[in-house]
Ligand binder design. Structure first.
Ligand SMILES: NC(=O)c1ccc[n+]([C@@H]2O[C@H](COP(=O)([O-])OP(=O)(O)OC[C@H]3O[C@@H](n4cnc5c(N)ncnc54)[C@H](O)[C@@H]3O)[C@@H](O)[C@H]2O)c1
Ligand SMILES: [Zn+2]
Ligand SMILES: [Zn+2]
Length: 389
């Protein structure tokens, strides 16, 4: 099969690789009908999230059809249409049972303390080959795969693999309540779904911060009030718009590849990447969104961090946050716990996540698509990949 393979920072290629096979009784092999490129993939390609093993197949967003099942699989049969969530879990440990499926004790082969098991991610997170491929092996399939209703099209389901659940999770972590003013930093796909989720969770007002006109326009179409940090000081504007105190809740949907309007900080950038090589178009100031979030949020407000920071990243304005009595919640989305009710919301028309899908690219053009996405091509917000097998 063809797959997108990570070779080194800045070096990915579309390669012919062996088809995946059933290895454990709980495995399923899925034939992918749609995959997608995510901002998280870019951290790995740029080197701002280190630890990738050369040869790993990238991608953690996918929809497909069950091709083959292991002898222990009960819930799925060949031919079933399924959604593959980005992170893996066992469904049975205490963390999974409590809904913290991203902190599963079992799914990561490095053990209970090794962190989230993610498809197409770094070596310490598995490594598991990912979903930008014709086929994928999904371990612990009964408790990871989700059936997709006929009425939900691939273009909607693909956004439920990672982006919609993460946006929802972000609004939930931010403790969005009835009438709250919510600021979302970063209007990429995750930020857009955080905006939609904030409304559904009761926000009275949503303010959206980015510098890209296409993304701010999409936020406006969702009835958020755009703030362009390349033209205005976002902290001052958020204070002005709230007549002083700042927003009650802030969601950081930017992460390590944040830009600043001032001087770049190469030292912080290198520290964030574990001292490794950096490539492609990485951000200029990894803690910029975090700093603006802490400055802007109202006293005793809540910050939710869903933008990804690598494990070695330790520059966060804790003193300023402590002295404002802030609550800070963060983490990797508990995909398997969060997603099933969201699929129902999509099936019933409460939310249509496909509105953020601006590009559908053939797999043959995937490396060019990565380049344009990395360079932030105008209008490119979410990129799906088709023609995978
Ligand atoms: N927690 C999770 O489980 C989870 C899941 C999926 C994605 N993520 C992460 O969420 C983040 C967003 O993902 P995405 O696919 O939308 O990425 P993206 O790169 O498409 O979007 C990030 C956006 O942030 C904007 N930005 C950069 N610096 C900024 C700043 N200082 N202030 C405000 N905006 C700024 C960029 O212009 C861009 O539009 C990434 O870090 C991704 O890795 C986390
Ligand atoms: Zn993703
Ligand atoms: Zn578990």
């Amino acid at each position: 099969m063809k797959a997108v393979v990570w070779n080194a920072p800045g070096d990915i290629s579309l390669e012919q690789v062996p088809d995946p096979r059933i290895q454990e009784p709980g495995d399923v092999v899925v034939r992918l009908t749609m995959s997608a490129i995510c901002g998280t993939d870019l951290h790995m390609v740029r080197g701002t999230f280190p630890g990738m093993a050369p040869g790993t197949v990238l991608g953690h967003e996918g929809v497909g059809v069950v091709e083959e099942v292991g002898s222990g699989v009960r819930a799925f049969r060949p031919g079933d249409r399924v959604l593959v969530p980005s992170t893996l879990c066992c469904g049975a440990c205490v963390y999974c049972r409590a809904g913290y499926t991203a902190q599963c004790d079992v799914a990561n082969p490095h053990g209970p303390l090794a962190g989230t098991a993610i498809l197409g991610g770094p070596e310490p997170a598995g490594p598991f080959n990912g979903l930008q491929a014709g086929f994928a092996r999904v371990p612990l399939a009964d408790t990871n795969l989700m059936a997709v209703a006929e009425s939900v099209i691939d273009e909607q389901a693909i956004i439920c693999s990672d982006v919609l659940p993460t946006g929802w999770f972000g609004a939930d972590l931010a403790q969005v309540g009835r009438g709250d003013t919510v600021a979302v930093f970063g209007c990429g796909p995750v930020g857009q779904m955080a905006i939609a989720s904030a409304w559904l969770q009761g926000a009275g007002r949503v303010l959206a911060v980015d510098s890209r006109p296409d993304r701010l326009d999409m936020a406006r179409r969702q009835h958020a009030e755009p703030v362009d940090f390349s033209r205005e000081d976002p902290v001052e504007v958020l204070r002005e718009l709230t007549r002083g105190p700042g927003p009650d809740r802030v969601i950081d949907a930017v992460g390590v590849d944040a830009y600043t309007t001032g001087e770049a900080d190469p030292a912080e950038q290198q520290a964030a990447s574990g001292g490794g090589e950096l490539s492609w178009k990485h951000g200029t100031f990894p803690s910029q969104a975090a700093r603006w979030a802490v400055d802007a949020v109202a006293k005793a407000g809540t910050i939710s961090i869903i933008g990804v920071y690598p494990p070695g990243f330790d520059t966060w304005p804790i003193g300023a946050a402590m002295n404002k009595n802030l609550s800070v919640n963060m983490g990797n989305c508990n995909h398997r716990a969060v997603t099933p009710p969201l699929l129902d919301k999509v099936a019933s028309g409460v939310i249509d996540p496909s509105v953020i899908l601006t590009e559908q690219e053939p797999m043959t053009d995937v490396i060019d698509a990565y380049r344009v996405f990395d360079e932030q091509g105008p209008g490119w917000i979410k990129v799906a990949l088709e023609g995978l097998s």
